[in-house]
Design a protein around this ligand. Sequence first.
Ligand code: FES
Length: 118
Amino acid sequence: MFIKALSESEIAPGGMRAVELDGREIVVCEYSGAYYAVARACGHAGARLERGALTGWILTCPLHFAQFDIRSGEALSGPVPKAPAGAHPAPRDPALKTSALRTWPARAVSGWIYVDID
Ligand code: FES
């Protein structure tokens, strides 16, 4: 069941915005003229992903920098361990994992973005 989420004018090209639809917290992302809807909470420790960075189709978590493909929700890389103050960023630790993000179909119709929250 597609539900009206927000106006297309509320998301800049390449941008994202958090919405709540029927009790689900979702981030709607724009990439190359299409819209994608992913879970708002990071699959690692639940950080709010709209506070991260969207580069093309890659969404980077603001807290420990895990990266996700907004098209599929796939986790592309895991969290980065916290480095001591002043140190160079620590390398990614393969032992630190994140879950993939849930995704929902999204589409634009007449200036509005709809998300199928099933
Ligand atoms: S909460 Fe997102 S990588 Fe840790």
